[in-house]
Ligand binder design. Structure first.
Ligand SMILES: Nc1ncnc2c1ncn2[C@@H]1O[C@H](COP(=O)(O)OP(=O)(O)OP(=O)(O)O)[C@@H](O)[C@H]1O
Ligand SMILES: [Mg+2]
Length: 156
């Protein structure tokens, strides 16, 4: 799989904003990458692309889920880092959110199999040299396939 080099946080915001602009209700974006890779930066850009003020986007460290309104589509921002048991996913109501009307971005999506539902776009952020990040995109499902193709075209 080909990775795309993203040299700065600003470039990451721009790339994610282009994806956000293409998102439709019900789209699910699952983010993978180590601590500090840029998952939250990515969600800020995604928010901007949905017409949401990106300065409102903060790591949902204690709440686990943040909801941002006021954009073209609502955005749920989930962080599974601190989640310990799969039963907690039910308590969080994640199933309703993933199957719901808004766009859903899930940090640490790889911690629990199946958490992102049946059709979701995986964005894996890896560390490169200096401030470089390498982004690998994998669609899981037909809608994610379309979304990733559209996003890819916007890059050029
Ligand atoms: N190319 C880049 N892309 C994204 N972020 C970058 C890049 N270069 C430097 N950074 C910096 O890396 C940090 C990424 O932090 P961020 O909180 O987004 O990571 P995270 O993956 O969400 O971590 P966590 O697992 O703790 O939630 C930010 O301080 C950002 O400015
Ligand atoms: Mg984060």
């Amino acid at each position: 799989m080909r990775g795309v080099k993203i040299p700065s946080a600003e470039a990451m915001l721009r790339a994610a904003k282009r994806l956000g602009a293409l998102c439709e209700p019900g789209d699910v974006i699952g983010l993978r990458g180590e601590l500090g890779a840029g998952k939250t930066v990515f969600v800020k850009g995604l928010a901007a692309g949905l017409g949401i003020d990106p300065t409102h986007v903060a790591s949902p460290t204690f709440t686990l889920i943040n909801e941002y309104r006021g954009g073209r589509i609502g955005l749920h921002h989930v962080d599974l880092y601190r989640l310990e048991r799969p039963e907690e996913l039910i308590e969080l109501g994640l199933e309703e959110i993933v199957g719901g009307e808004g766009v859903c971005a899930i940090e640490w999506v790889d911690r629990f199999a199946g958490v992102a539902g049946a059709d979701w776009l995986e964005v894996h952020i890896d560390f490169g040299p200096k401030t470089d990040r390498i982004v690998f995109v994998s669609p899981h499902g037909p809608r994610a396939q379309i979304l990733s193709q559209k996003w890819d075209k916007r890059r050029h």
